[in-house]
Design a protein around this ligand. Structure first.
Ligand code: UTP
Length: 297
């Protein structure tokens, strides 16, 4: 019988240099889309997919993340006394059950593959999910839930896949497609950040994965790859070379690259417009702004 996916790794040990100077003291994952930090979107998505154990791979300067998931008794008491029940409910979402969350340190930012490998002892012999919180995905059914459901049929490893413009493919891990079955593709090979004219397709891997424990063993052997980092993509590609299955899953939803400034701003506008409490005011502001810009041109 296939094991259920109940563990997720959240690699949050990167340096976030694209958001300096903010990330000098604020972890990228604590930066907010409207009023919720990126990490909260990732946790909600994981919960919806049935994840019960949350493993954070952190680094120096990320203690704000640990505080974020802790109880805040004084704050909660004050809100209770003031009758602010809605805010109290909102805060409850940030509390994690005792023992449900674990923090592992990555002492040196050696790459995403290395960050995932740091959590190997907590994963044991089970399939596990990996969620990169800076990829935020707006979807009717949360992306990881779509993947878990598809994975129940396929088994093996699964990566979230998205069509990107051809000239952008070299910024991603790219899928060499063996067979295209619609929402799912079976994978022949994975190439991390291929040179512009060598991408095997325009189907890119983005920050959601369901992996077998074998990938952890592959990571033991993986040498530095693209960008001088230990790449997760290379350890998944090794599965293919040993004859095991890897699938790409074309999720339904819109992905925002919140690790980049442009993507973060786009997400802020999209999530702001989607909020009932902000929509009217924000929408009319944006319209006014655009018409002023057009008049000025
Ligand atoms: P990025 O490539 O976005 O790197 O990592 P970064 O350091 O976060 O940001 P920039 O490029 O310097 O602005 C993708 C994901 O992998 C994690 C990051 O925290 C992010 O979630 N990561 C990356 C690690 O945990 N450890 C690493 O050594 C590298």
């Amino acid at each position: 019988m296939k094991k259920r996916v109940t563990k997720a790794i959240f690699p949050v040990a990167g340096m976030g240099t694209r958001f300096l100077p903010a990330t000098k003291s604020v972890p990228k994952e604590i930066m907010t889309l409207v009023d919720r930090p990126l990490i909260q979107y990732a946790i909600d998505e994981a919960r919806a997919a049935g994840i019960k154990e949350f493993i954070f791979v952190t680094s120096r300067g990320k203690s704000a993340l640990e505080d974020y998931f802790d109880n805040a008794p004084e704050l909660e008491n004050t809100l209770r006394k003031k009758g602010k029940t809605e805010l109290l409910e909102e805060l409850k979402n940030t509390n994690m059950d005792s023992g449900a969350i674990a923090y592992i340190r990555q002492h040196k930012a050696l790459g995403l593959g290395h960050a995932v490998w740091c959590a190997r002892r907590l994963v044991h012999n089970e399939p596990f999910a990996v969620i990169l919180p800076d990829d935020v995905i707006a979807a009717e059914k949360p992306c990881l839930q779509q993947m878990v459901e598809a994975h129940e049929e396929t088994g093996g490893c699964m990566v979230a896949a998205m069509e990107v413009p051809e000239d952008k493919a070299s910024a991603y891990g790219v899928i060499d497609i063996k067979e295209d079955m619609g929402s799912c593709v079976s994978v022949k090979g994975l190439v991390e950040k291929p040179p512009a004219d060598e991408a095997p397709s325009n189907l890119a891997v983005i920050g959601r994965y369901i992996l077998t424990p074998k990938v952890m063993q592959n990571l033991n052997k993986i040498k530095t790859g693209s960008g001088g980092e230990i790449q997760l993509t290379d350890a998944i590609d090794a599965e293919l070379r040993e004859g095991r299955d890897v699938f790409g899953y074309r999720f339904r939803g819109q992905r925002f690259d919140c690790g980049s400034k442009a993507g973060f701003l786009q997400a802020t506008v999209a999530f702001g417009l989607a909020r009932n409490d902000l929509h009217v005011e924000f929408d009319s502001y944006l319209r006014e702004l655009m018409s002023m810009r057009q008049a000025a041109q």
